[in-house]
Write a protein that binds this ligand. Structure first.
Ligand code: NDP
Ligand code: HSE
Length: 398
């Protein structure tokens, strides 16, 4: 059916090789691997003869029509991808950093060259979400996207708060399982989820959402007490990538830990699993669920993109791409409306003086309460007036 190359033979790249060699999808669709590019030495590997350290071996091989990029990072992944697309080869990738940063340019080059740039694995690991959002939900005006978008942090939260592991041990496990980024700060500080919600938002609303414009918080400050209070509220705490588009086409996006009511379908998503809830104006809610990281689940999505490219050789699959907008369309964090669960050492009289009557939660010390839904600007002002805050968590309006 076709000859491909793989760039980067780590967790994802080796999974791509394994799935292709197993070939347990349609038997007539034979995919041959021509080259595997990696800087490490694989002379002892069963496919040692396929390995190269020279990018030009792939670029100049006219039989290679599709290349899977699983090196990660921006450089040289960007330069390699661009050269391949310009040379008329399709590229598929799991590299969300690259898609979120250079997607506009790379998609435009692919369009111009009548080849494909596909990135199903860049969000949600093995979960089909890019293609469904771009094609199956095309009849909808997407109103909101709420997602658990990072497998490592969801695994850490599950291991810490359901199984009693320390943060360090849970992170080490996630790294050993191949879930974490090379620099795991990208996971635990929320940057990886931020790039993913930027990609989903860009795709949903057709305008480049720059991840640098998205307010991002990670999971490092969540404590066992927070989790106990969440339980009291009938909620769980998850790292959420959130995006919405209002009736004036203003987009708001944010990554932060949130309290999720247990009645919400994504509350039960644990371990390395991810889930993305998309609300469309005609469809209502749809949820996409599956393994958000790991070797074979991620490679499953990459190989599907490879097959899609090979099946449509010589044609451009017209997924919706995104363009840089001429007019500002991102809503600032301060304008967004939300409610918080707050713990403070202050007494209720002080809380009432600042917030008025609020929904109080039984607290071991000080006061615990839920704020009304207000803009972040108003709430920040009130938090300043309250002074001491032990912890505060946004609540998902499910
Ligand atoms: P790994 O670090 O396991 O693999 C990357 C491989 O590429 C390494 O062998 C690395 O070698 C090699 N490499 C790096 N730079 C070059 C280069 N210039 N030329 C040739 N080879 C190079 O990463 P993953 O497989 O985990 O991730 C790959 C990409 O997929 C990343 O963008 C990641 O964010 C994304 N992703 C990962 C998922 C996962 O579950 N792991 C899931 C979804 C997406 P060396 O180690 O020597 O640097
Ligand atoms: N580090 C990422 C995660 C890999 O844990 O979700 C999948 O994108």
């Amino acid at each position: 059916m076709g000859k491909i190359a793989i760039m980067g033979f780590g967790t994802v790249g080796s999974g791509i090789r394994d799935i292709i060699k197993k070939q347990n999808y349609h038997a007539e669709e034979k995919v041959e691997i021509g080259h595997i590019l990696d800087i490490r030495d694989f002379s002892g590997d069963e496919d040692a003869k396929l390995f190269t350290k020279e990018f030009t071996d792939i670029l100049e091989d006219s039989e290679i029509t599709v290349v899977a990029e699983a090196m990660g990072g921006l450089h040289p992944a960007y330069e390699f991808t661009k050269e391949l697309l310009l040379a008329g080869k399709s590229v598929v990738t799991s590299n969300k950093e690259l898609v979120a940063t250079y997607g506009v340019e790379l998609l435009a080059i692919a369009e111009e060259k009548n080849v494909n740039y596909m990135f199903e694995a860049s969000v949600g690991g093995g979960i089909p979400i890019i293609r469904p959002l771009a094609t199956c939900l095309a009849a909808n005006r997407v109103e909101r996207i709420v997602g658990i978008l990072n497998g490592t942090t969801n695994y850490i939260l599950t291991e810490m708060f359901q199984k009693g592991k320390t943060f360090e041990d849970a992170l080490k496990d996630a790294q050993n399982k191949g879930y974490a980024e090379r620099n795991p700060a990208a996971d635990v500080e929320g940057h990886d989820a931020c790039r993913k919600i930027a990609i989903l938002s860009s795709l949903a609303w057709g305008k480049f959402v720059d991840y640098q414009d998205i307010s991002t918080e990670g999971i490092c400050e969540i404590t066992a007490e927070d989790v106990q209070y969440a339980e009291k509220l009938g909620c769980v705490i998850k790292l959420i990538g959130y995006a919405e588009c209002d009736e004036n086409d203003k987009v708001f996006a944010r990554v932060s830990p949130m309290l999720i009511p247990k009645t919400c379908p994504i509350a039960g998503v644990d371990d390395v699993f991810n889930a993305i809830m998309v609300t469309g104006d005609s469809l209502g809610d749809a949820m996409f669920y599956g393994r958000g990281a790991g070797k074979l689940p991620t490679a499953s999505a990459v190989v599907a993109d490879i097959l899609d490219c090979l099946r449509h050789e010589g044609t451009k699959k017209h997924y919706r791409s995104w363009k840089v907008s001429d007019v500002p369309f991102m809503k600032k964090t301060e304008e967004s409306r939300v409610s918080y669960f707050v713990r403070t050492p202050e007494d209720y009289d002080k809380v009432k003086a600042v917030f008025g009557e609020v929904n109080r939660i039984d607290a071991a010390e000080g006061t615990a309460f839920i704020t009304p839904i207000e803009t972040e600007a108003v709430l920040s002002e009130k938090f300043r007036a309250l002074g001491n805050i032990t912890s505060r968590l946004r609540m998902l309006d499910a």
